[in-house]
Design a binder for this molecule. Structure first.
Ligand SMILES: [Zn+2]
Length: 318
């Protein structure tokens, strides 16, 4: 059995074909060009799907369906995109649009839709670090903090669309302002953006810190990696920044463990490249915060990188 997945991003559209294990057999990328009409974007997607179907000489009956990961609030049951941050779409009935489009080109294939972060969680479960597990949570530590929840092999995003916004749990009452407009969200402390914000401030307050040297005395060069590198070189300012960062992340992770007790919790995104330097101290802090100090949940690093979303989207039709 073959599966087709679509990873619709703010920059690129990736359409790929996978086997039942989630191995990508072939994929194509085209620019999303968000300035064009929503319909044109989806016309492009169908075209890319058709190219793959022809290339693999697939009979559409041998395809379980086409799954699509979309950034934003997606009602998978109704096939409606309520809104998207990266692509200007609002209350767009993607389900009926795609079905009509398929009819026109004689493609009789069911479509499945989900939020892109939820797809990444499913991808890791099927083909990545979550393989062999049934209950998983993923936290993506990048520009923002994304998240996805898998319960009993299925995406859980709430009764209403748009749940599993794990980055927008409040971890500090009246804390730092978040991109969502609230204060004190996990994202405002555990995203790479938050770490860079704090590092710039600390670098100004501590001119002799390695943070300044490693960013070549230009704060625009500051990255999360520089902060971790400065800590590795025993810079006391960077050490404090990393400790605080992991402390806040641990609060968010402990909340998730207390609520869901998943088998495994994965970290992905830029900061997860720190691997053990992140997971080891994180686990130590999480243990002190979880109920009964009993941490059974495995905390690990996601392995699929950017492919997770595409693989998970393909697996929506499993
Ligand atoms: Zn928020």
């Amino acid at each position: 059995m073959k599966y087709i997945g679509v990873d619709l991003g703010g920059t690129n559209i990736v359409v790929g074909i996978t086997d039942s294990e989630g191995n990508i057999l072939k994929c194509y990328t085209r620019p999303t060009i968000t300035t064009r009409k929503t319909e044109e974007i989806f016309d492009d997607i169908i075209d890319m799907c058709q190219i793959l179907i022809e290339e693999f000489n697939l009979d559409t009956s041998s395809l379980k369906g086409i799954g699509m990961g979309i950034p934003g609030e997606v009602d998978g049951k109704k096939g409606i995109i309520n809104y998207s941050n990266n692509i200007p779409m609002k209350d767009f009935n993607v389900g009926s649009y795609m079905q009509n489009l398929c009819k026109k080109v004689n493609m009789d294939i069911p479509f499945f839709f989900a939020n892109d972060a939820d797809c990444a969680a499913l991808g890791e479960l099927v083909a990545g670090a979550g393989k062999g597990h049934s209950d998983l949570i993923i936290l993506t530590l990048g520009t923002g903090v994304g998240g996805g929840i898998i319960i009993n092999n299925k995406i859980y995003s709430g009764f209403y669309a748009g749940g599993a916004e794990l980055g927008h749990q409040t971890i500090v009452h009246n804390g730092e302002l978040c991109t969502c407009g609230n204060k004190g969200c996990l994202e405002a402390y555990a995203s790479a953006t938050a770490l860079i914000r704090d590092a710039k401030k600390a670098a100004i307050e501590n001119p002799s810190s390695l943070l300044n040297t490693l960013s070549e005395n230009n704060l625009d060069n500051m990255t999360a990696k520089i902060v971790f590198d400065a800590k590795d070189q025993k810079d006391s300012v960077a050490t404090k920044l990393v400790e605080d960062y992991i402390e806040y992340l641990a609060v968010g992770v402990a909340n998730l463990v207390n609520i869901f007790k998943p088998e495994i919790l994965l970290l992905s995104g830029g900061i997860s490249k720190q691997e053990e330097k992140l997971t080891k101290p994180l686990k130590e802090k999480v243990i002190t915060k979880v109920f009964g100090n009993d941490l059974k949940t495995k905390i690990d690093i996601a392995t699929l990188g950017n492919d997770a979303g595409l693989i998970g989207a393909a697996m929506l039709s499993r």
